[in-house]
Design a protein. Structure first.
Length: 219
């Protein structure tokens, strides 16, 4: 839809090592467009927009600007939960939870070139997501997190490793990932590390992003 042209095949997907999640409620008073700019200036090349409590209009308005900024920077832009918003803002893809639309249904709506990611919390869910045609899976929470009431115990690095060894899809690990533990997450086989709190807690988001991207390049 956005950076994925008809000639870019989903199966060639090489997700960036850092997958930032932008949640306007977690921006600590900073305007979401400024936070997106900071993430992109810091070298982040995958951004997911997550709007849990706003209406579709807020999601659309923030998403439209975010999609444009990501497109200009050559970054992937993914919309959380809402297929309609992903289509409306021409995102690169949509990220679904276990209770959202089934993958096959979302695929019919977004088409063959868009990415579909799905959150998983068990090995079985990860296998199922692969069988059902997801392009990548989220897996977590790997560690404890204060950002979301997940309802799940932290899954830990051992289970993350098993999931990464079992599915062929790229795995985006999520939950409690920080500058201190991100190398272990990549080391466990996760292609990418999703972060909310660690990035938003930084006084200088661009500098923090740069640090994480540099860690990935050093590893
Ligand atoms: N899904 C599982 S854990 C989580 C989500 C959305 C929150 C991740 O946030 P943080 O601050 O990076 O732990
Ligand atoms: Mg969701």
């Amino acid at each position: 839809m956005n950076n994925l042209s008809a000639t870019t095949k989903r199966r060639d997907l090489s997700l960036p090592r850092l997958y930032a999640i932008l949640d306007p409620e977690r921006c600590k008073g900073r305007p979401p467009p400024a936070v997106i700019d900071d993430l992109l200036r810091g070298g982040c090349r995958a951004v997911q927009l997550r709007v849990k409590n706003g209406g579709g209009r807020e999601f659309y308005d923030v998403g439209l600007g975010a999609a444009e900024s990501c497109r200009a920077a050559g970054a992937l832009f993914i919309v959380n939960d809402r297929v309609d918003v992903a289509l409306a803002v021409k995102a690169d893809g949509v990220h679904l939870g276990q209770d959202d639309l089934p993958i096959a249904c979302a695929r019919k709506l977004v088409g063959e070139n868009a990415l579909i990611g799905i959150s998983t919390h068990t090995l079985e869910q990860a296998r199922e997501a692969e069988e059902n045609g997801a392009d990548y899976i989220g897996f977590g929470p790997v560690f404890g997190t204060a950002t979301k009431e997940t309802g799940y115990e932290p899954r830990g690095l051992d289970l993350l490793s098993r999931v990464c060894a079992t599915v062929r899809l790229p795995v985006v690990a999520i939950g409690g990932i920080t500058e201190q533990n991100v190398a272990a997450v990549w080391g466990a086989g996760a292609r990418s590390a999703a972060m909310i709190g660690e990035l938003m807690a930084a006084g200088d988001i661009a500098a923090k992003t740069r640090t994480i991207v540099a860690l990935a390049e050093a590893g």
